[in-house]
Design a protein around this ligand. Structure first.
Ligand SMILES: [Zn+2]
Length: 122
């Protein structure tokens, strides 16, 4: 029970940060994670482990606030964009005082970026 309460507080911390930036957070039953820029919302799959939900929200926040922009948008640019979003997500976690397992976070980052490298079309 105690753990559950802490988990809810972590999600609330992220939700509060986003709401302060006029972005809403939606935990969805659909297995996909994305940003809806038109409606200013971050949608994250609720069916993942709590840790992966938190890391994915941080990653999408990283995308949302990233100022990375390039003239030629190719596969390498996508990989760079992904790396930067993961890094910015980590910085934001530190800024808002959200504790997390950095090794675990890095593993999810490496897994996700590995998929972009192996399957350039996703
Ligand atoms: Zn991404």
């Amino acid at each position: 029970m105690h753990i559950k309460k802490e988990q809810e507080e972590e999600i609330e911390k992220l939700r509060e940060f986003l709401e302060n930036n006029a972005v809403s957070l939606v935990l969805s039953p659909e297995d996909e994670n994305y940003i809806d820029y038109d409606e200013s919302k971050i949608v994250v799959y609720a069916g993942q482990s709590h840790e992966h939900i938190v890391y994915t929200i941080l990653h999408e926040i990283g995308h949302y606030f990233s100022d990375f922009a390039v003239d030629v948008y190719d596969h390498a640019a996508v990989v760079v964009e992904e790396v930067l979003a993961w890094e910015l997500g980590k910085d934001i976690a530190h800024t808002i005082g959200l504790g997390f397992d950095e090794d675990d976070y890095n593993r999810l980052m490496i897994d996700s970026i590995g998929k972009y490298i192996k399957y350039p079309n996703i």
